[in-house]
Every structure is written in structure tokens, then in C-alpha cells.
Design a protein around this ligand. Structure first.
Ligand SMILES: Cc1ncc(C[n+]2csc(CCOP(=O)(O)OP(=O)(O)O)c2C)c(N)n1
Ligand SMILES: CC(=O)[C@@H](O)[C@H](O)COP(=O)(O)O
Ligand SMILES: [Mg+2]
Length: 639
């Protein structure tokens, strides 16, 4: 594959080199960085659109600020590819999101230029404020600059940070990267407010309340800024008032692709700021690469693609994606039951609720990146008598945990949690792993917790959740495609707390919770080839547990192994508690709990990550042999 011609970039060793360049050269360099990002992501896949949108901004920040002493903190971190190219990682940029390669996000362990890791949104201002306190208390750290998107700034945590930063009044830079896009078009009053800011004032007529800013700006901008200030302070204009009310100086809006504007504004802000400053920067998501600019999601997340045409490599699925199966089952449930409503936190297509939204737009609520609010909002809906399905990825539901405890479980409100991306997700890595939900939900009184072992089970679980109106209920399912089983014509609710035996055996029993059932089947085939007969049970429920089934498995087999795609403290722990409480260990019991290990696992393919986790079929078979006290070397093992 031909690589782009990058004569300027080829001579960049690090951000210090940018500080020697004039604006025209920096603008040219930006084009080369853009070409490099397109070329690299065409080979790896990844968050293309967000990265393309911040190329000039990233170049300008590094040219003006003294990174890594100054701390550049990207919110979410999915837009950091140009930053990685410029900060000594260009030689590995084609390993993005691959096993042993660069992370797709900022990561402290990867570079001194990544002062704060991210991947979940809306943390940057808080972290930047923390650095400013460190600086002011004498720690060897320079200015802090948070770059946050218009989607990310819709989350509560960002407001908490703005509120705190405004009150602290310390020198701090927040750059609002406003591309009028989240993953889907952004929603909410804040988004409308930001749009109104640049509807009121075209570029160049920037506004800076402090006189000092104005006088530091070049001629035409200074006039624009002064006019804007007069509009606001003299004639009651509203521009920037929200941020100013929070204690920030507001500068903008500026054109985030105009190197001249960026350099002027950043330099004057750097020279003059005494307190917190918000620079409102307007950009285009996918900028400069037509297929991304034209795409409905502006190329937010792409698989490998042909850089000439933009056509993405799509493998032919052998079975429908779990997300789609859920989305369809939810829409069907909504058709049967007018009380069914759905909530998403800025992920309508990622969670599949867009399918229901097409049919029932007034019953699907996108709350923006606001999982905490989304959970309590769902609790309110449940309290009103509706049947809310809060469709939130496992990893992002962590944001709403106190709301799950305090607003949902404690009040025993029947919120249905549809938990996608359960287990290891692949290229997004540890930050996005759905590792903890089994544990954090099963710990809660009143909560019912299910996991789907295949896509047909998922359909039945949607129905189980719909009819379960006596308390909260959750069901989890993984990223990716189902296993290819036939889907039921008409879903049937499961009996709460009842599992099923999938295959009868005699020597050892596997009690599987969720989508690792296929791997369990492979493990039993390996065991069969060694003359070991295994029972396979699908627990369906982590809470309440099917105690009869568990006791029966424990009693009639030489060993019992629980299997789950989740961290320690989850399903296996629940089983151990139940067996201990019944005294099953008093007489001795060979048992193993097969979970994710107690460490974070870096990005790779899901299969590679499960291998790293020690959850392959061979690993399971080996554990079974060990639990039975038999020779293990006959089983094919991972090195
Ligand atoms: C807490 C949390 N919820 C959801 C997401 C998923 N997510 C990642 S990027 C994104 C959109 C961010 O939009 P914006 O901040 O405007 O950045 P852009 O992609 O437009 O550059 C969302 C919803 C996340 N990373 N973290
Ligand atoms: C950055 C981020 O959080 C999302 O874009 C995420 O990468 C989406 O993941 P899926 O591809 O699994 O929907
Ligand atoms: Mg955006």
C-alpha cells in the first residue's frame, strides 16, 4: 500500500520541533498528519472522524504549549491519533488497537505526552483541574489544557468540573471541540445552546470578556472581540454567558481548522490567562477525508478501509449481531406492550434501540452522554408505571452505579437493564471491557441478573424482563455476532431463577453463565476425547441462583466448574456463597470458578483477550482435569 508523502512530518521528532515553525508550515504539516492518520487507520480501523477533526487543533496546541510539561488532556481520548503521530509514536501508529500495539486512547503508561488516560467521556476537566492544583502546590507540572467535545461536555461530570474550576479561579484551559456531533447527532439543550453561540457570531467576531485578551489579539480579531464584548455587556447578548456565569473567560467561537486563528487565540490565551478560560473551537468531524465527512456518523468508528474509496472491509456475518437481535426483540416487545420505553445514553445504534426508535420515536429517549441521569430517569419512568429498558454498555453503566443502588434497587423499581458489550470487547481494550456488571449488580438486594448464552436466549430474556414488574432486572450479552441458532417466533418468559441442563454427563459439571457456553462445549469435546464425561448447564440467572440445579450438579459430579465472561466477585462468587451457606463445603467439594483474572487486559481481538485471560476451551478442560485430580498433560494446552 502506498504511504502518503510527508516531507515535513518526516522531520518531526517531537512537539518541540513544531515550536520552531511558522503558521504556514504548521498548516502544511497538519495536512500531512491528516494523510498519515487516514493511511494508518485504513490499516487498523478505529476512531477516524474524531481524530481527523482535531488535526489542526492538536498541531496548534503542541506548537503553543510546552508539552509534556504542560499537560494536554484529551477527553475520551478517541481523537488522539494525530497527537500520537506527533509525540514519538508515529513508528507504531499502524499498530493502533492491535494486540501489543498502541492503545486507541490516551494512556499514561504509553507516553509522557499522555498525562491522563481516558476512554470514558467527560473526565478531562476534572483531571486538568487536579493538575492545576498540583502546579499551584509546587509540583513540577505546567499548564493544564483539557480538550473536550460537544458530546462529552453534555455529561454531568463535565459540569461538576466546570463549576469547581470556575470557583477555584485558577489558570486552566478548556478547549471545547464543537463539531456538532457525538457518535450520533448530539441531543439536548446544551447542544442547542452551543449551536446558538456560533449562529449568533460568525468566526472572527470572537468574544473575550477580559480586555487583556482583546488587546493581545491581532488587529481584525481584536476588533471582532471588542464588538462581541460590547454586544454582550452593552446590549444584553447571551453569547458565552453560561460559561462566564460559571467563572470562565469565554473565547470564541473560532474556526478550529484555521491555523492562523488557532495560533493567535492560543498564544494570547496562554500569555494572558490568570483564571480558567474556555476556548470554543468549531471543527468538522471527519474533516478533510470525504468518505468520513459524508458518512452519517462522520466516520466515528471504522473498520479497515480502502483509503481511495473509503469502502470499509466488512466480513460476512454467519449470525446476526446480539445488538441487532436485542434491538429487534425490544421493538417487537414495544409493539405488544405500549408501556415499553427505551433509554440510551448517546448510543442509539451501538445499543440497537434505533430499531425501536424507527417504529416508535416517541418512546425512545436519548439522554446524551448521561448514564447517571439515564438510570434515574428510567427509575422515574418505572415509578410512573412504564416499563423502561435502559440499554447501556456494561462499562458505561458503571457511571450510573449509585443511581442503580439508590434510585433503582433500594426502591425496588422495575427498571430493565439491557447490558450490551458484556465481557471482553476487543480493540477498545481494558477501558471498555464489560467485566464488572455481574458482580456490581448481583451484590444488590432486589436485583435479578441474567446472561444470554446465545441470541435465542437473549430474545427470551427481553420478554422475561418485560413481564418482570416486581423489581429491577438486568440481562447481559456480548459484543459481536450470535452463534447462529434459530430465533423464536414468539418469545417466552423464563421462570425467574431457573437454569437449564444443556448436556448430560457424569464426571464433571460446567455451570456456565452467559455467552461462554460455546467455549464450554468445546472444552467438553476436548474432555470427551480424553474419556471424561461432562455435564453442561446454562445458569441463565446469577441472581436469584437456581440452587436446586447447583446442588444437584455438585452432588452428582466429581467436580463443579463455574464459567463466566466477567471479573472475580461475579457469578462464581455467588455460587460459592450459596454452597458455603448450605454447608456443601463441610463435606468437601471440588469446585473451580473460572472468571477473568484480577488484572486489566489490553486490547487485542476478543479471542486473544480471552486467551490472555486463561478462558480458552483448553484452559477450561485443564481446570476440569485438575479439579478431578487427573493427569492434565493429555489436554492440548496453551503455552
Ligand atoms: C461515559 C461514556 N459514555 C459513552 C461513551 C461512548 N462515546 C465515546 S465517544 C462518544 C461521543 C463523543 O462525542 P464528542 O465528545 O462530541 O466527540 P467527537 O467524537 O464528536 O469528537 C460517545 C458517546 C463513552 N466513551 N463514555
Ligand atoms: C470511544 C467510544 O467509547 C466508542 O466509540 C466505542 O468505541 C464504541 O464501541 P462499539 O464499537 O463497541 O460500539
Ligand atoms: Mg462532537
Amino acid at each position: 500500500m502506498t504511504r502518503p508523502d510527508t516531507p515535513i512530518l518526516d522531520h518531526i521528532a517531537g512537539p518541540a520541533d513544531l515550536r520552531q515553525m511558522d503558521g504556514r508550515t504548521l498548516a502544511k504539516l497538519s495536512q500531512e498528519v491528516r494523510a498519515e492518520v487516514v493511511s494508518a487507520v485504513s490499516e487498523t480501523g478505529g476512531h477516524l472522524g474524531s481524530s481527523l477533526g482535531v488535526v489542526e487543533l492538536t498541531v496548534a496546541i503542541h506548537a503553543v504549549f510546552n508539552t509534556p510539561s504542560d499537560k494536554l488532556i484529551f477527553d475520551v481520548g478517541h481523537q488522539c491519533y494525530p497527537h500520537k503521530v506527533l509525540t514519538g509514536r508515529r513508528d507504531r501508529i499502524r499498530t493502533l488497537r492491535q494486540k501489543d500495539g498502541l492503545s486507541g486512547f490516551t494512556k499514561r503508561s504509553e507516553s509522557e505526552y499522555d498525562p491522563f488516560g481516558a476512554a470514558h467521556s467527560s473526565t478531562s476537566i476534572s483531571a486538568a483541574l487536579g493538575f492545576t492544583i498540583g502546579r499551584d502546590m509546587g509540583k513540577p507540572t505546567g499548564d493544564a489544557i483539557a480538550v473536550i467535545g460537544d458530546g462529552a461536555i453534555s455529561a454531568g461530570m463535565a459540569y461538576e468540573a466546570l463549576n469547581n474550576a470556575g470557583a477555584e479561579g485558577r489558570r486552566l484551559f478548556v478547549i471545547l471541540n464543537d463539531n456538532e456531533m457525538s457518535i450520533a447527532p448530539p441531543v439536548g439543550a446544551m447542544s442547542a445552546y452551543l449551536s446558538s453561540l456560533y449562529a449568533q457570531e460568525p468566526f472572527q467576531k470572537m468574544r473575550a470578556l477580559a480586555e487583556g485578551f482583546e488587546s493581545a489579539l491581532p488587529g481584525p480579531m481584536r476588533d471582532g472581540a471588542r464588538r462581541a464584548r460590547q454586544i454582550v455587556t452593552g446590549q444584553g447578548g447571551e453569547t458565552g454567558s453560561l460559561f462566564e456565569a460559571l467563572g470562565f473567560d469565554y473565547v470564541g467561537p473560532i474556526d478550529g481548522h484555521d491555523m492562523g486563528q488557532l495560533l493567535s487565540v492560543l498564544r494570547s490565551a496562554k500569555a494572558r490567562a490568570t483564571g480558567p478560560v474556555l476556548i470554543h473551537c468549531c471543527t468538522v468531524k471527519g474533516k478533510g477525508y470525504a468518505p468520513a465527512e459524508k458518512a452519517a456518523d462522520c466516520g466515528h468508528g471504522v473498520s479497515k478501509f480502502d483509503p481511495v474509496t473509503g469502502e470499509q472491509a466488512k466480513s460476512k456475518p454467519t449470525a446476526p449481531a446480539y445488538t441487532k437481535v436485542f434491538g429487534q426483540a425490544l421493538a417487537d416487545a414495544a409493539a405488544r406492550d405500549p408501556d415499553v420505553v427505551a433509554i440510551t445514553a448517546a448510543m442509539p445504534s451501538g445499543t440497537g434501540v434505533n430499531i425501536m426508535a424507527e417504529r416508535y420515536p416517541n418512546r425512545v429517549f436519548d439522554v446524551g452522554i448521561a448514564e447517571q441521569h439515564g438510570v434515574t430517569f428510567a427509575a422515574g419512568m418505572a415509578a410512573s408505571g412504564l416499563k423502561p429498558f435502559a440499554a447501556i454498555y456494561s462499562t458505561f453503566l458503571q457511571r450510573g452505579y449509585d443511581q442503580i443502588v439508590h434510585d433503582v434497587a433500594l426502591q425496588n423499581l422495575p427498571v430493565r437493564f439491557a447490558i450490551d458489550r458484556a465481557g471482553l470487547v476487543g480493540a477498545d481494550g481494558a477501558t471498555h471491557a464489560g467485566a464488572f456488571d455481574i458482580g456490581y449488580l448481583s451484590a444488590l438486594p432486589n436485583m435479578t441478573v441474567m446472561a444470554a448464552s446465545d441470541e435465542a436466549e437473549l430474545v427470551h430474556m427481553v420478554e422475561t424482563a418485560r413481564v418482570h414488574d416486581s423489581g429491577p432486572i438486568a440481562f447481559r450479552y456480548p459484543r459481536g455476532n450470535g452463534v447462529g441458532v434459530a430465533l423464536p417466533e414468539m418469545p417466552q418468559p423464563f421462570e425467574i431463577g431457573k437454569g437449564r441442563v444443556v448436556e448430560e454427563g457424569s464426571d464433571v459439571a460446567f455451570l456456565s453463565f452467559g455467552a461462554h457456553l460455546g467455549v464450554v462445549r468445546e472444552a467438553t469435546a476436548l474432555l470427551a476425547s480424553q474419556g471424561v464425561s461432562a455435564t453442561i448447564a446454562d445458569a441463565r440467572f446469577a441472581k436469584p441462583l437456581d440452587l436446586d440445579l447447583i446442588h444437584q450438579l455438585a452432588r452428582h459430579h466429581g467436580a463443579l466448574l463455574t464459567v463466566e465472561q466477567g471479573a472475580r466477585g461475579g457469578f462464581g462468587a455467588q455460587v460459592l456463597h450459596a454452597l458455603a451457606a448450605s454447608g456443601a463445603f463441610d463435606k468437601g467439594l471440588a469446585i473451580r470458578t473460572l472468571t477473568l483474572p484480577d488484572r486489566f487486559i489490553d486490547q487485542a481481538s476478543p479471542a486473544e483477550m480471552y486467551e490472555e485471560a486463561g478462558l480458552t476451551a483448553a484452559d477450561l478442560a485443564k481446570s476440569a482435569m485438575q479439579a478431578l485430580g487427573r493427569e492434565t498433560k493429555v489436554v492440548p494446552l496453551r503455552a
